[in-house]
Design a protein around this ligand. Structure first.
Ligand code: PLP
Length: 465
């Protein structure tokens, strides 16, 4: 279904009342088949937030259309468009706008955190692959650091989008953030083969990063996170063998904090005093809707930071392309590791990415996704705010609702019983933490599915709290 904002709009200078304008818009859309029979409409709460009108205005429009036979409310599951013959069958929201397999398993709806909204395949996307096929098949093994032209284009992107001043020489093309993480860990562990290196890691935090560390023979030391991100005051407790600290300073995963300037400086001086590296995972910094993102730690401490970026949150997780920015000695170590492992970046994928960057497709995608997320972020915040403190609002594609741990589990279980899966913070937590609650992802679902998922969550929260 088209976004409701393209179907109905309200104009306060229009002589028709607001409920009449909304009813007229929906009626016309059903009549012209722009909304299909059995489609579930957004809840009156969700649509009222989207249109910035009182909820009663939308309820009155829905009541009118129900009375006229266009809509049919179904107890507990929402308001649906009737077949004009009057025959309806119960339905869940359409799944066409979603990446198959990412959010729905056996009819379940998953409010997953990591999967982004991606626009439909564009002309630029097709052009990029035509560009790739127009050049001869690449016979040579590629540069293990990545194609120089792509690295230069990425340096340009990082400069204008993140204020990170770097050059092609400091960049390595990877297959994503976690690949960059693995390369950094492999390179840094070769520096000192005598003791097991330690990675200091956020708790709660991104567990894939800790798993990767253990795979590379590192131990993991949990550093607590509070509302402002990693508690740098607690870094003093890290073992002497700590070689790196992994952080998500732009939008702490999963608790949403923005690492304060004071803590960024403390982290940089910790890294210098301990001869350790900071691994800065900037996984979704393209998406901020409240304030401009803070400058990267890599800009603040370029000699001490391995900065990780990825296309997984913009162009999609299946492309497998990312980048890291590191000091020259680390770049050189990583190039050796890759050659030793036979781990070269794919030439065609790199060429396609270069074409997408040159074509402006990256910027267009980021702008389009920002518009979608900004609205969803507001919807999620409006629906969940009455139940607890929200974190990470105004950024990314997930919001965290802080709740007592037992309440969070009970709500997740109730939502699961109604077919909606949502993670608790416990899934991202290794050591006990006072940060407990739910993580609500809104990237990979359609607008209808999100409204449905929120209704289920609100019901579960209401009955549990
Ligand atoms: C904090 C964080 N870092 C990294 C990633 C994954 O990035 P990539 O697929 O590029 O490894 C995710 C994905 O959800 C994430 O949440």
């Amino acid at each position: 279904m088209l976004p409701m904002s393209l179907i109905v709009s309200v104009d306060r200078t229009d002589p028709r009342t607001l409920p009449v304008q909304i009813a007229d818009g929906i009626r016309a859309a059903i009549d012209s088949a722009r909304i299909e029979p059995n489609t579930r409409l957004p809840s009156s709460r969700a649509l009222s937030v989207e249109l910035e009108v009182a909820r009663g205005v939308v309820e009155s429009a829905y009541d009118q259309l129900t009375a006229e036979g266009w809509l049919q409310p179904r107890a507990g599951s929402g308001t649906f468009v009737r077949r004009l013959s009057g025959v309806t069958t119960p339905t869940r929201p359409s799944t066409t706008s979603r990446t198959a397999g990412t959010t729905e398993t056996l009819g379940r709806l998953r409010l997953a955190t990591g999967t982004p909204w991606v626009p439909p395949s564009s002309a630029a996307w097709k052009r990029a692959w035509r560009d790739v096929s127009a050049v001869p098949q690449p016979q040579e093994y590629p540069d293990p650091r990545g194609d120089h032209r792509l690295r230069a284009a990425l340096a340009d992107l990082l400069g204008r989008a993140r204020g990170l001043h770097t050059s092609a020489e400091s960049i390595v093309v990877t297959t994503g953030s976690m690949h960059g993480m693995s390369l950094a860990l492999a390179a840094l562990s070769t520096e000192d083969g005598t003791s097991r290196p330690v990675l200091a890691h956020e708790n709660p935090g991104y567990r894939v990063a800790t798993t990767a560390a253990r795979r590379w023979g590192w131990s993991v030391f949990d550093v607590p996170v509070d509302l402002d991100g990693i508690v740098t005051e607690r870094l003093d407790m890290t073992p002497r063998t700590t070689r790196a600290v992994y952080v998500t300073p732009s939008h702490q995963y999963p608790t949403g904090g923005l690492l304060t300037v004071g803590r960024r400086r403390a982290l940089a001086s910790y890294a210098r005093s301990r001869d350790a590296m900071i691994i800065e995972d900037d996984y979704d910094s393209e998406f901020r809707y409240d304030v401009a993102p803070l400058p990267t730690i890599a800009e603040l401490a370029p000699d001490r930071t391995v900065y990780l970026g990825t296309v997984a949150k913009t162009l999609g997780g299946g492309i497998r392309l990312g980048w890291l920015v590191a000091p020259p000695d680390v770049v050189e170590l990583i190039a050796h590791v890759r050659t030793d492992l036979g781990d070269y970046p794919s030439t065609p994928v790199q060429h396609a990415m270069l074409s997408l960057l040159r074509d402006g497709e990256w910027d267009r995608t980021v702008r389009a996704a920002r518009r979608v997320y900004r609205q969803r972020d507001k919807l999620v915040a409006a629906a969940l705010a009455p139940f607890g403190e929200l974190r990470g609002v105004g950024a990314g594609m997930h919001t965290t609702l802080l709740l007592d741990a037992t309440v969070a589990v009970a709500v997740a279980e109730r939502a699961a019983a109604a077919g909606v899966d949502v993670d608790t913070l416990a899934k991202s937590t290794r050591a006990p933490s006072p940060m407990t609650g739910l993580i609500v992802g809104y990237g990979s679902v359609s607008d209808d599915e999100l409204a449905y998922g929120l209704d289920v969550l609100v019901d579960a929260l209401t009955s549990v709290s």
